[in-house]
Structure formats: structure tokens, C-alpha cells
Design a protein around this ligand. Sequence first.
Ligand SMILES: Nc1ncnc2c1ncn2[C@@H]1O[C@H](COP(=O)(O)OP(=O)(O)OP(=O)(O)O)[C@@H](O)[C@H]1O
Ligand SMILES: [Mg+2]
Length: 255
Amino acid sequence: MSAVLSLKGATIRFGGLVAVNDVTFDIEKGDLFGLIGPNGAGKTTCFNLITGVYRPTSGEIFFNEKLINGLAPNRICAMGIARTFQNIRLFQALTVLENVVIGGFLRHKASLASALAYLPPAITETSRLEREAMDLLEVLDLADVAQTRSADLPYGKQRRLEIARAMATQPELLLLDEPAAGMNPNEKEDLAQTVRLIRDQFGKTILLIEHDMKFVMGICEKIVVLDHGEEIAYGPPSAIRNDPKVIEAYLGEAV
Ligand SMILES: Nc1ncnc2c1ncn2[C@@H]1O[C@H](COP(=O)(O)OP(=O)(O)OP(=O)(O)O)[C@@H](O)[C@H]1O
Ligand SMILES: [Mg+2]
């Protein structure tokens, strides 16, 4: 089976620092795949390479066998890759529903500017997008706060809203950057169930970065571990947990 996403020797340098160094892995359709490693390991930079924020210094990135190195982020999004951000990036002044509707607009012809202004020709699309957005808010358990300003949401719900907005672009591949950060244990457990549901019922392929080992080991079937930009391990959670290189990289953190 051909991979949905393929990194082949992906490398990026920032001056003297090699932030991602010769990283190679394949993600198959339907994978729930983890990308872990200590702070500064290069995880978010991998997402930035995959989503076109940065162009690799060398190496190749394929999405469904198409080379996407250095394509503009909006083109990569339109091809079917969506992401959430480690530092939440919502339209704070807009409602929860409006944030998701805007995600929906990004895959339609109407521009972001007209989406924001609710101007024609966007207007005719809006009601359908609102219905679709409400469906997503149900899935993410945010329907009851649809009319709340996103800035007024508690942190855990803002993270869920980022996922709803990414889902609204109807991606094939969903990249989640520390989706459980700042959540309490109950919120994390709920999120784990939601992520599984997004994969199982919506058929999405998911790549997620996360520091919470219980969360990652509990839901990911395959894991790549980075340290100082380099891939130090790959395998199922059972192997990663006991890998001496991984334990050393985390220097005694519970893995
Ligand atoms: N635009 C940039 N310019 C210079 N250095 C950068 C840039 N982006 C990232 N880096 C550096 O690359 C390295 C990897 O950063 P990255 O954000 O990918 O780490 P991370 O694994 O996501 O860490 P964390 O778990 O703390 O989020 C760090 O040393 C970081 O300072
Ligand atoms: Mg990061």
C-alpha cells in the first residue's frame, strides 16, 4: 500500500542548527501515528515542513505520492492536510461557530476575506457551512458553546475548537500539535476518545505530537521519536517504551 505521507531524508537548517536532520518515515492510510521527543527535538518543525511553512533544505516530502516540498501552505491545505497549532491560533473575537465556518471556507472558492465579512458570493455558502460546522461541533462536544466568543472558552475547549476548525477543511491527513497540552486528566481522556473517533468514524489519518506519554502510548499505534532533530526510534508503543535510546533522550522522564 502506498503511503499517505512520506518523509524521505527531510532536513532543514536554520543557520548552524540542523533542526530536522535526515528524517524518514511513512504514514499509511488510517494510521494513528505519534511524533514524540524532548523539547526542541524538531517535532513542530516537522509539521512546518509538511504544511509548507518551511521548505526543506534537503530531502523530499510526498503526500499521496505527490512531491509537496515548499508548496504554499494554502495549496497543501487544499490538497488535504490540516493542522492545529502548539500555540492556539483561533480568531479570538469570533464565535466558536464562526471559527469553524472559516475553516470550511478555506476549501471553497470564496475567499477568507469574504468569509470574514459574510459578503456575497460567500453568503449562499454560509448556511450550508454553518450546518456542517455545527455537525463538527457536535463531534468535538462544543455544540453548546457554538455562540460563545472563542476567547471566552476555557483552554481545553479552545484546543478542541482548533481540531474542529482543522476538520472543517475536510482533510485526509490531520496533524495535531500537542492537542492535550494544558488539559486535566478527564479532558485528556475525553480527547483520546475523540481522536480515536475521528480516525475510526471519519476515516482520517492522524499524526500527532504530544508530550503526555500516557496519552500517546494509549492511542498511537506507531511512533517516531526525534531527539536533536534526528530520528532515534520507530515502532509500536511497547517497543518505544522500552527503547534505551528513548529512555536516555528523556533522561529519566517516565516513558
Ligand atoms: N524559524 C526558526 N529559526 C531558527 N531556529 C528554529 C526555527 N524554528 C525552530 N527552530 C529551532 O529548531 C529546534 C526545533 O524546534 P521545534 O519547535 O521543532 O521543537 P519541538 O520538538 O516542537 O519542541 P517543543 O516540544 O518544545 O515544542 C529548536 O532548537 C528551535 O529553536
Ligand atoms: Mg513543538
